[in-house]
Ligand binder design. Sequence first.
Ligand code: ZN
Length: 296
Amino acid sequence: MGNYEDKVVCTIVEDTTVVVYVASTTSLVEEARFLHNTSPVATAALGRALTLAGIMGAALKEGQKVTLYIRCLGPLESILVQANSQGEVRGYVSQPLVFIPSREDKKLNVEEAVGKGSQLSVVKDLGLGEPYAGYIEMPRGGIAYDLAYYFALSEQLPSACSAGVYVGEKGEVLSAGGFIIHTPAGTPSAVVKKIEDNISVLPPVSSLLFEGKSPEEIIQNLLASLSYKIVGEKKLHYHCYCSRERARRTLILLGKEELEDLLAQEGRAEVSCPFCNRVYLFGDRELKELIEKGNK
Ligand code: ZN
């Protein structure tokens, strides 16, 4: 079993603008599974999304964050994951208990659980006011290939993406990880060809991590016979930054009438965080205060 802590390693291929990120995310995906009690196929889908978001987050500047939102045509209904430049990753799937038969090759059928043709939205909050958002219809539903398609179509950035989660007999996460490779226009075709050849013989990243390979060793495989330089590394972890104050703002957004109804019927309000399941309770006095605030 892979015993490396979660991190993403960033590399550039020398004399090019090719960037390669490889991440190991076993612990954070296991934490997500534990929090949300996800079924194996839901664990795999959520874990793939968390892994790719974690990599995209690590590529951002301080204070920036990225959200991947999938409106699934399949039974998972929706997947929402977020990551920021500090390596903090969080997410959830709206139907965590979905069970569907595995594929013929015994792999979890993420494609079917998500659904071909689902909508993938990528929202990047770069701290410059209006966030940048792009949408695609997912050609496959397995998430990584679909994200590569998004990069090519929405960002004009030819890319290769991979993400995988190896789920054990009891539903536990044995290994998880993935990579994103950007080969911007103008990259020498011989370099692109070499990377494609290396990818075509690469075992699944989750298998390599399970065997104890590190992200650095996976980079060696991906960039075999090319010269490259490791330029950065960032720790990744599951972290939810919800707070009582944010929960309070959510309540205010409900509006005065809704709050008055809650006060009359329940005498209190509960706000639960979908990312970490924490529950924030507001008693009748606080509710009255919120209603008064809403009046001003
Ligand atoms: Zn939370």
